[in-house]
Design a protein around this ligand. Structure first.
Ligand SMILES: Cc1cc2nc3c(=O)[nH]c(=O)nc-3n(C[C@H](O)[C@H](O)[C@H](O)COP(=O)(O)OP(=O)(O)OC[C@H]3O[C@@H](n4cnc5c(N)ncnc54)[C@H](O)[C@@H]3O)c2cc1C
Length: 385
């Protein structure tokens, strides 16, 4: 299919594919096994200017948009869904800063993110606030010259490895979520520590940790935008970042499809390659069609975000929901057509199936996002009545 990518977009995609195939492929199984954070790969991605892709040009970036980010994430995920997340979450960690931060904050942090010198993370989820994200309890009490944070964030990607954290905390707990604000906390701040590193089903090379704040002071200049707008900023951030999860899912599904085609071409049963069997062809045909449909929706959603459209909640959620369901289905089918080999760790397909699962859960579970899509449908209908 032709997606009419610009020459620059093709170059970015090609570069990401090269890093994925030359650097990620040889180590993906080992990193999955050891659960080690892929610092060497982060360095390779930095050297290839991949972190610059989502940073505006004024701050030493390439000024790419959602589509450029999706192209990189898709290519990395095609080889390893975990490495892709370690990279992509940096965009999540600094989009709030890019959209709402002061000029001083942007100059202070973004060039270091662009060069890959410092990684970032985004912290909203808490033990009491998963799908019910508005139920956060972490507080940031206003004191002379800054804020004092207390509370625990849970399941934070790049936790412990990143140096710059965008944390959503209540600066006015009496106002509930309307009193939430976005605050930058740097690794090393007194009173800021990390809890246990989670052991996971998939994306095992990513670090998922608790962030613990105990009387952690941050200076006033670390507040992003206006106090009280933190939750709105977080929701806007997800509208912009969900196509990226769609791209992660899409890449994983593409990788599984290619692996399944390779295997079924060379596996001989009943005197012929498996791929000659009509039932296998049916499955592969469906897989390929679903992957292409996911790509079309993810790219369309990314382009809608980049167009500056006012409300992208619906299309962004659709791309994430559809592509992640496709990834789960396609990776499961890939294991099936490869039989016992697909189930074994000697082949990459079982890892792809494990990695695919998270795409249906994070940045809004697919159930919650289907609700969000339905709410948008209802609002649109109401507007026309
Ligand atoms: C590996 C990993 C990395 C993550 N990284 C980050 C990160 O970097 N930053 C961050 O802030 N968070 C992160 N998260 C948190 C993630 O966004 C949440 O896990 C997710 O939003 C779901 O919340 P929960 O796990 O508490 O599930 P719950 O909210 O407990 O939901 C459990 C189940 O109930 C369903 N459910 C809940 N409410 C509803 C409803 N109203 N309608 C229908 N179904 C419902 C859900 O769909 C789900 O199937 C990460 C999570 C994981 C697992």
């Amino acid at each position: 299919m032709e997606y009419f990518l610009s020459e620059e977009q093709k170059t970015i995609k090609g570069l990401a594919r090269r890093v994925a195939e030359e650097r990620v492929l040889p180590v993906r199984a080992e990193l999955d096994e050891t659960e080690e954070f892929p610092w060497a790969i982060m360095k390779e991605l930095a050297d290839a200017d991949m972190f610059r892709v989502f940073i505006p040009e004024e701050y030493e970036g390439l000024g790419g948009g959602c589509l450029e980010l999706c192209l990189v994430v898709e290519e990395l995920s095609r080889v390893c869904g975990a490495i892709a997340v370690c990279y992509a979450v940096n965009a999540l960690g600094c989009f709030t800063l890019i959209d709402f931060g002061s000029e001083e904050q942007r100059r202070k942090y973004l060039p270091d993110v662009a060069s890959g010198k410092r990684l970032t993370a985004f912290a909203l989820t808490e033990p009491t606030a998963g799908s019910d994200a508005a139920n956060i309890k972490t507080t940031a009490e206003k004191v002379d010259g800054g804020y004092v944070l207390n509370g625990t964030k849970q399941y934070i990607t790049n936790g412990g490895e990143a140096e710059i954290y965008t944390v959503i905390a209540l600066t006015d707990k009496n106002r509930g979520v309307r009193g939430a604000s976005a605050i930058i906390v740097e690794k090393g701040a007194e009173g800021f520590s990390f809890g246990k590193k989670e052991k996971k089903m998939g994306i095992r090379a990513t670090a998922t940790r608790e962030l613990i704040f105990r009387n952690c002071f941050v200076p006033e200049e670390n507040l992003i935008g206006k106090a009280g707008l933190g939750f709105i900023m977080a929701m806007k951030l997800f509208d912009r970042s969900r196509p990226g999860i769609g791209a992660q899912a899409l890449g994983i599904a593409q990788g599984a499809l290619e692996a399944a085609v390779d295997y079924t071409r060379q596996r001989i049963q009943f005197g012929q390659p498996l791929i000659s069997l009509p039932v296998v062809q049916d499955i592969l045909g469906d897989m390929a069609t679903q992957v292409e449909a996911a790509r079309a929706l993810v790219y369309a959603a990314a382009r809608t975000v980049d167009s500056g459209a006012k409300n992208v909640t619906e299309v962004s959620a659709m791309a994430k929901v559809f592509a992640s369901d496709v990834a789960m289905k396609v990776t499961t089918d890939a294991v099936q057509v490869c039989g016992g080999a697909g189930y074994m760790k000697d082949y990459p397909i079982e890892k792809m199936m494990r990695d695919a699962k998270i795409t249906q859960i994070y940045e809004g579970s697919n159930q919650v996002l289907r609700n969000a899509i339905a709410i948008e449908l209802r609002k649109r209908k109401a507007r026309t009545e």
